[in-house]
Every structure is written in structure tokens, then in C-alpha cells.
Design a protein. Structure first.
Length: 136
């Protein structure tokens, strides 16, 4: 039996618990994931579909399946827009946005996929000044 981690959206309406073991953790740099997240990549954890227990807000989620894509989907809270877990289009995997989790999933990124699509500004951002909070 794996570890159990609570998860929630930004506004707290959508809540669930997911239980490992988790199968994969990818950071995807494809241009679709950049649009989906508004960032350089999507951090996605994969496990079997039966590893989630919804506590609240599942009815407040909305799913978007990109029409011309075989695999691409997005599921989000309709109140705050945060990404929330969803089943893969073929139903074989539970896809968990890593930022949805409130604790340590005890798995770390295993691969950076679609790296050829990494945005031109990403590398410079990794070496930019760091601040614990907002810069002064």
C-alpha cells in the first residue's frame, strides 16, 4: 500500500485523497501543456483510476478534451480554475496535477517530456535571482 495524500483546488471547493503507489511523474513541456498551465510545463502524476476518493466539489469540475488530440485533456474547478485530477481519455490512468496535492506524493519527476518544445525563456528563469517572497 502506498502513501495517502490530500489534494485541493485553490479555492478549496474541490477536495480528494489520492493513494499511491504512483506509477509515473512527468514534466511535460509540450505547447498544449504550456497553454493549459500558463507556465513552462505541466507536472503530472499517473496512477490507477481507483486510487482517488472524492470528498467535495467533483460536481464543480469541468473537463475539456482537445478535439483533435488522442490524449490531451484538462479538468479544472469551475470556481477558481485550478487543475484537478481526471481520468485519461481511455480511462486507464488517473492523472493528478502535482500542484493539486497538499502533501508529499513520495515520487519525483522521472522524465521531462516534449523537451523540444521548452519555451525560449525557461533556462534563463532557472538562473534568475531567487527571493523567499516578493522582491523588494
Amino acid at each position: 500500500m502506498g502513501n495517502t495524500v490530500n489534494g485541493s483546488c485553490l479555492c478549496g471547493a474541490v477536495k480528494s485523497t489520492v493513494t499511491g503507489p504512483f506509477n509515473r511523474f512527468y514534466q511535460c513541456y509540450c505547447d498544449r501543456c504550456q497553454k493549459k498551465t500558463g507556465s513552462a510545463f505541466a507536472a503530472l502524476i499517473f496512477t490507477s483510476p481507483d486510487r482517488i476518493e472524492w470528498h467535495s466539489g467533483q460536481e464543480q469540475t469541468k473537463r475539456f478534451d482537445l478535439p483533435n488530440a488522442v490524449r490531451f485533456s484538462n479538468n479544472f474547478c469551475t470556481n477558481c480554475g485550478s487543475q484537478v485530477p481526471y481520468l485519461s481519455r481511455d480511462g486507464s490512468q488517473l492523472v493528478i496535477p502535482a500542484g493539486y496535492l497538499d502533501g508529499d506524493p513520495k515520487i519525483r519527476p522521472m522524465a521531462n517530456i516534449f523537451s523540444a518544445e521548452t519555451p525560449c525563456w525557461f533556462e534563463e528563469g532557472q538562473t534568475a535571482d531567487r527571493f523567499k517572497q516578493y522582491p523588494e
